[in-house]
Design a protein around this ligand. Structure first.
Ligand SMILES: C[S@@+](CC[C@H](N)C(=O)[O-])C[C@H]1O[C@@H](n2cnc3c(N)ncnc32)[C@H](O)[C@@H]1O
Length: 258
């Protein structure tokens, strides 16, 4: 692999070939579009967008009147891919700003925004930093009726990815339920019922890129052979639940519901 092939962006693209998030995410958006009206949203900040396909899909499907989109991601290649995806999408009338930084280091936009998106990113941010960010969103960075949309993993203990990461010593204390508790503790309240986004993932016979992606999360401290052996054992289990992955999508408003 060339050096660039080891960027978060490239490794995630390879990892995602093993799941069907794309299609289950689309179904979840269809469901949401019928129940929640976000046509009032004019401005949006999206944290950890990667190359932004899912954030773009969300904007297209649910934010018809968006005029400002701010993207935050610390990975250079992701920001470049995102820029190019937004250019190709040609969202009429949407001003964009791409910021190569982490959620922890973001200092806010010129003006408060209407919505903050956190799709599959908050497990990368330490608990204390997450709480600080939610507090700042609540007090400074969001408009009075501003909302937060969170998607994160809440796979059951029977899921292969949970079994795998646990067997390799990864601390799983940043699942959706933990994050939701923090958001509520920061004074946000739930806008709509939390949706399950249920998909499948099969990591059998992992490529080098998949091992590298897993090692990004494991701090690169574990050898390939150990990871391969754990995957082989777990994914040989014929129980279909091994291949299930569950994410949850929750929407929270900073003020009390009206
Ligand atoms: C699993 S990807 C999710 C990409 C996209 N949101 C999606 O759902 O398809 C996680 C992204 O978070 C970014 N990331 C990692 N640490 C971060 C941090 N501390 N703050 C913001 N983004 C971060 C990574 O570079 C990566 O692009």
């Amino acid at each position: 692999m060339a050096a660039d092939d080891d960027s978060y962006h490239q490794l995630l693209a390879e990892y995602r070939k093993r799941d069907n998030f794309e299609s289950v995410f689309r179904t979840a958006l269809d469901d949401l579009a019928g129940k929640v009206d976000l046509s009032w949203v004019r401005s949006c900040v999206a944290f950890g967008c990667g190359s932004g396909e899912h954030e773009l899909e969300f904007v297209r499907r649910l934010l018809p009147n968006l005029s400002k989109f701010i993207a935050i991601d610390p990975d250079h290649e992701s920001i470049e891919a995102l820029r190019s995806n937004f250019e190709s999408a040609q969202l009429a009338g949407v001003e964009t700003a791409f910021m190569e930084t982490s959620a922890e280091n973001w200092n806010g936009a010129d003006k408060p925004v209407d919505v903050a998106l956190f799709f599959n990113v908050l497990y990368h941010v330490e608990g204390d930093a997450r709480q600080q960010l939610f507090q700042k969103l609540g007090t400074q960075h969001l408009n009075p009726d501003g909302i937060i949309v969170i998607i994160d993993s809440e796979s059951p203990d029977t899921s292969g990815i949970i079994r795998l990461m646990r067997s390799l010593g990864y601390a799983q204390n940043s699942r959706y339920g933990d994050i939701e508790e923090e958001v509520l503790a920061c004074g946000f309240c739930s806008v709509d019922s939390v949706r399950d986004i249920v998909g499948t993932r099969d990591l059998s016979n992992p490529t080098e890129g998949i091992l590298k992606y897993l090692k990004l999360h494991l701090g690169n401290a574990i050898g390939d052979e150990l990871i391969r052996a754990a995957i082989a054992e777990i994914y040989a289990d014929p129980d279909p639940k091994v291949k299930h992955v569950v994410r949850k999508m929750g929407i929270f408003r900073k003020s009390s519901p009206k």
